[in-house]
Design a protein around this ligand. Structure first.
Ligand code: DP6
Length: 358
């Protein structure tokens, strides 16, 4: 008598970053953020949750290894979902009776990409966990507010396409929820490339890093009070109009401001390395050559570059990256799995970019 459900949830990549909490327990941010959710069959978490009267306790396995179930964030998500089940029952819904509240769950979750390498694994993981639990136990409601309590960025992976996480005003966090701005189909030419500079675990995790930033960075306060709100309006307009040039510039400026906050944190936090900075230069030189923003980078809490561009520029840009990061250099590794471009580069373009050799 085991009942189980399996679901997947993709990673999301923020173009307006979340960095800093006003409430550490409920995970309420100091500013709103906006991201793009990847396609379902790309970087994703897959979670199976089983439920049975025979299970003696809740248990969880991550990538095949059993982990401690008594982590506060995990417990918050389980508690909130069970609260919804109770609420449905008290509202007179009998369909959830099959799965008794006293039933324990076994959770099994896997990522198809490196965990904690700054690739937003917690976002896909918690979004997937909350969604799978909700399916198994037959509950509906504001699920993004529950995923948020697992990991802030997870609330945005509850929707596809372009997603805004409203910071909200309430102390109980009820209005700190994700909302879809546009579906994935709105901008079919948009592409995301991930340049895996390093798949190692990051030295300072985002949770600890942003807490130190909140305590010590005055730039973080300035950003929350005077930058994000206008930038958010501009970003949403750029997305609605499919204006890549504005979308790309805002994305790069926001990534740079986030890393400036990391440097303004005391002691400072460094997520970018020399390869990351070389990618930044390459992108600017490429765009400068065309006098147009064709490619944009963004970096999370790690050295890996996420590149936003449009379908028609993918082949050429991948060729450019291959040229300036040849496979024999340490950078060559990150091109694994990327489509190899079919265009050949003109000498004029490579000369114009003219990046110094590694
Ligand atoms: C740099 O969501 O991982 O990726 O809420 O503490 O779990 P917690 O942090 P997390 O932070 C993500 C930070 C970021 C920016 C972003 O995704 O918006």
């Amino acid at each position: 008598d085991i009942t189980f459900v399996t679901c997947t949830a993709p990673v999301n990549i923020a173009v307006i970053k979340y960095w800093g909490k006003r409430d550490n327990d409920l995970i309420l941010p100091v500013n709103s953020s906006l991201s793009v959710t990847l396609h379902q069959d790309q970087l994703k978490s897959t979670t199976t949750v089983a439920c049975s009267a025979h299970f003696k306790e809740d248990r969880i396995w991550l990538n095949g290894k059993e982990e401690n179930i008594n982590q506060p964030r995990l417990q918050s998500c389980l508690k909130e979902i069970r609260r919804l089940v109770r609420k449905r029952r008290s509202d007179g819904d009998t369909s959830t009776d099959v799965l008794s509240l006293s039933h324990k769950v076994h959770i099994c979750s896997e990522n198809n990409f490196p965990t904690a390498a700054g690739l937003a694994s917690s976002a896909a993981g918690y979004a997937c966990l909350v969604y799978t639990l909700s399916r198994l136990l037959g509950v509906e409601g504001e699920l993004s507010a529950i995923a948020r309590q697992g990991s802030g960025s997870a609330c945005r992976s509850m929707y596809g396409g372009f997603v805004q996480w409203h910071m909200g005003m309430q102390a109980d966090g009820k209005d700190s929820v994700a909302e879809q701005v546009e579906p994935e189909s709105h901008w079919p030419e948009l592409r995301i490339l991930i340049l895996v500079v390093s798949a190692e675990r990051k030295p300072v995790g985002s949770t600890a890093g942003m807490q130190t930033s909140v305590e010590t960075s005055s730039l973080l306060k300035h950003r929350a009070q005077a930058v994000v709100s206008t930038r958010m309006d501009e970003m949403i307009l750029a997305i609605r109009q499919r204006d890549f040039s504005t979308f790309g510039e805002l994305t790069m400026r926001d990534s740079n401001q986030f890393h400036a906050i990391c440097l303004d944190t005391y002691p400072p936090i460094f997520y970018l390395n020399d390869v990351s900075r070389r990618i930044i230069s390459l992108v600017h030189r490429y765009n400068h050559h065309y006098r147009e923003t064709r490619v944009a980078y963004t970096f999370d809490a790690g050295p890996n570059a996420v590149i936003y561009t449009l379908q028609q520029h993918v082949s050429e840009f991948v060729q450019v990256v291959t040229h300036f990061f040849p496979p024999e250099t340490n950078g060559g590794e990150f091109l694994k799995g990327l489509p190899v471009g079919s265009v050949s580069l003109s000498d004029e373009l490579t000369r114009a970019i003219g990046l110094e050799p590694l």
